[in-house]
Unconditional design. Sequence first.
Length: 349
Amino acid sequence: EAPSEQGPDYMRFAVWVIVMVVVIGAGAYYLWLQQQAGAVSEIKPVKANVQQQPQIAEPVSTEMQAPVAVENEISSMSAVVEEKPEIAVPVEKRQGDKKPARSSTVAYLPLKDDGEPAIASLAAPKKPQNAQSVVKKTKPVKPVPNKQPSEILIVKSTKTGIALVKELLETGRLTEAEKNLGDILRKTPNSLPAHELLTGLLLRNNRLDEAKKQLGTARKFYPNNENLVLLQSRVLIEEGRVDDVIGLLEALQSKDKAGIRSTAMLASLYQQKGNFAESLKLYNTLAKAAPANAGYWMGLAVSLDALNDPQKAKKAYLKALQTGGLSLSLGNYARQRIGLINQQNNGKQ
């Protein structure tokens, strides 16, 4: 009977243990669920970011920018010597001048840059106001960072003397060119190419006073050099001293030192002053020396026309047109004069 008495107590104890295990397990499970729920809530945003589809960037335009047109803005100063600058002679208005088509008086022909005379009574053709440049305007090229211009542009040259100066001028390094010319003249004061190049460089930069001083020094060594005379003529023209230019060129003629270009300039100035007899002599010489230059035939025709020799003038006008190379205004003027001469001939008949 003793075992039977202990049975209920043992059962109650076992039930109590089981209940406690269940309660403790339930509590532990509840705590575990809470921990899991917190972890899930922290992970969800991360999962959302991971699962979110990436946005597709807007397509990039494949259109390429127009290439930048790089132009060398500074022309070679050696042209001052090799191509001898022509002087644009100022045109003086005279009373009583009429339009060429209605006038029997012929205007003089001041010399243009290419050696071709330009009719004073004809206006130069105007450029269209709305004309657009062939080269598209583009944004300027950004400079290369962290590099000085000397590191980019200047390359050590093997040339020396005048050859080096010309290379510097061709690449636009004018300050260096001027310094080198000064060095050359200090060592060789009678260097003609150095005098010509330096004077041309000063004139190009409108430094007239310095150019005059330089020419004064140069002409002490070479008083009858045609290149230096032409450069000095340019200075005098800038100062409006046309009569002094004529005297300078006449002195060159008298010493038989004048070339074609100085002769053409003098012939043009004679026409400007109305001295058609003297201009006729010079244009005769020029047309024979350079028959392929239509401008000289045109100058000859104008002088003959002004001296009332219409038949010879007509032949010279025709020769100028046949030779070719006249500007539009000169070509039109020549045809107008030929037409008027023909009308006068028909009227006489």
